[in-house]
Ligand binder design. Structure first.
Ligand code: FRU
Length: 495
């Protein structure tokens, strides 16, 4: 049976009609990452775990492969690895498009939705009114809520929307809500141009401003978006991680996620230092936030693309995917705190077989078949590089540069790059760990590579578009030899 998808794009309207004959088999379709069957996707939204199900909502425009009137798409998973796309959860309405936001489990019944019997899931999101924006007004981004009484499947918008109106700021969006147990209240953090603002509420409906943070601190080469505030315990101390995405002006120029560490007392965030740090040093992780209601384990998920070229990448009939869900941590290195991210343990479920090597003989090419996890060690931090290649003569390099004390991914010869000047380049991510030895995990999919070094202290995410998948792996001669190599073939999550 031919593996193809018949799509018609009506050039005038930009609308897309597809008959997906065998969805998930198309060129560049990732096999172990979530992507929508058809249509445009950006940020993960409303990430929440409830009664054995992980819900992933996402910025979604079902009628085209470029950004448009935003909906919340929906996918569910029992394990964070296998995803099933569900129906659209939230449609645009008279208050505007449905922009990014979060979801919480209101187990204390603070909102009153559903009486005392059913636990409501409550979604808090921005409504962006394109009409007011076009009219040059400054009140087009306001926060609304919706609730679900059936565990996250069907959503009802609150009749009193919007619940938090902009104070006259054009950029006032992406609310992330969490329960602040010590003061029995909800905390909402949202992005407001060059800063974040904190609000609090007892019932998710009426919100009071607490404070602001960030103007003059961190990176400011673009607008701040999609914040998240997460508590960790480090050496017996409660330290908060504040994620803030920024576009442009990210780690590699376009969009990426920076973070701050500090203390939050229910009112004010006080940073522990003034460093600028990035959650992921590759170009292709953006808008990453964490799941609600996962207890002590914090799970991070990002959009695996970049606003520089996200709407132009050569995929059809969909655009964009999410990263592998990652367990987020916070560690103290020297005097400062650093975030760490590693693929969730459940990825193990996809392992078909693992082959171990003490070392890879120089010049030997190993065959890869489909998505692959590669784990290895370096006894000391010396330069090396791994080359992934295909029969078309294209290659992707990933490694460590001792002179720069940085990891790198090189996509200069990794396939198509005609859709964006500057796509074919090398990206570096600094080594943060100070240990002698280096441990690295690479996750390769049809069109993406994620690098996790030093237990996730340096992470890099890259997408690329080779004419044929990369099916060979070798060490570049001359580098330091890698040891304890484990190569695991992973099975597709789609069939
Ligand atoms: C981030 C973002 C958010 C906004 C959404 C719109 O990628 O720009 O700030 O809510 O995307 O789709």
């Amino acid at each position: 049976m031919p593996r193809q998808t018949i799509c018609l794009i009506f050039l005038i309207t930009g609308f897309l009609t597809c008959t997906a004959q065998e969805a998930y088999h198309e060129p560049y379709r990732l096999q172990i990452h979530f992507s929508p069957k058809t249509g445009w996707m950006n940020d993960p939204n409303g990430l929440v775990y409830y009664q054995g199900v992980y819900h992933m909502f996402f910025q979604y425009y079902p009628d085209s492969t470029v950004w448009g009137p935003m909906h919340w798409g929906h996918a569910i998973s029992p394990d964070l690895v296998h995803w099933k796309q569900a129906g659209i959860a939230l449609y645009p309405d008279r208050l505007g498009y449905i922009f990014s936001g979060s979801a919480v489990v209101d187990s204390s019944h603070t909102s009153g939705f559903g009486g005392k019997k059913k636990v409501p899931l409550v979604a808090i999101f921005t409504q962006h009114d394109p009409g007011r924006e076009k009219a040059g007004l400054n009140n087009f981004q306001n926060q609304s809520i919706a609730y679900s009484l059936d565990g996250g499947n069907r959503w009802t918008k609150y009749t009193g929307n919007p619940v938090l109106k902009t104070p006259g700021l054009k950029d006032f969006r992406d609310p992330k809500v969490s329960w602040y147990a010590e003061q029995k209240k909800w905390i909402l953090v949202l992005a407001a141009g060059d800063r974040v603002m904190f609000y609090s509420s007892k019932d998710l409906k009426s919100w009071e401003k607490e404070s602001e943070f960030g103007s003059g601190t961190g990176a400011h080469g673009g607008v701040w978006e999609c914040p998240d505030l997460i508590p960790f315990e480090v050496d017996g101390k409660k330290i908060w991680l504040l994620l803030v995405s920024i576009n442009p002006g990210g780690a590699q120029g376009g969009s990426s996620t920076q973070y701050f560490t500090g203390i939050f007392n229910g009112h004010v965030f006080t940073p522990s230092d003034t460093l600028t740090r990035w959650a992921d040093y590759g170009p292709d992780q953006y808008a990453g936030v964490t799941f609600s209601n996962t207890g002590k384990e914090k799970i991070f998920l990002g959009w695996m693309s970049n606003w520089q070229y996200g709407t132009a990448v050569p995929t059809l009939p969909w655009r964009s995917a999410m990263t592998i869900p990652r367990t987020l941590g916070l560690k103290k290195i020297g005097q400062n705190y650093y975030a760490s991210m590693m693929p969730v343990k459940a990825l193990e479920k996809l392992v078909v077989k693992t082959v171990s090597y003490k070392q890879i003989p120089q010049e030997k090419k190993l065959n890869l078949s489909g998505p692959t996890r590669i784990e290895f060690k370096l006894a000391t931090a010396h330069s090396f590089s791994l080359i992934f290649s295909n029969p078309a003569g294209q290659m992707l390099r990933a490694g460590y540069d001792e002179g720069k004390n940085a990891f790198f991914i090189d996509r200069t010869r990794a396939g198509r790059s005609d859709f964006y000047p500057g796509f074919a380049t090398i990206h570096y991510g600094p080594r943060i760990a100070q240990s002698k030895d280096v441990k690295i995990t690479l996750i390769l999919d049809q069109a993406s590579l994620e690098l996790f070094a030093d237990e996730g202290l340096t992470t890099m995410t890259e997408i690329f578009f080779p004419d044929q998948p990369f099916t060979a792996l070798q060490e570049e001669p001359g580098g330091k030899q890698l040891t304890d190599i484990r190569i695991s073939q992973l099975r597709s999550i789609w069939y």
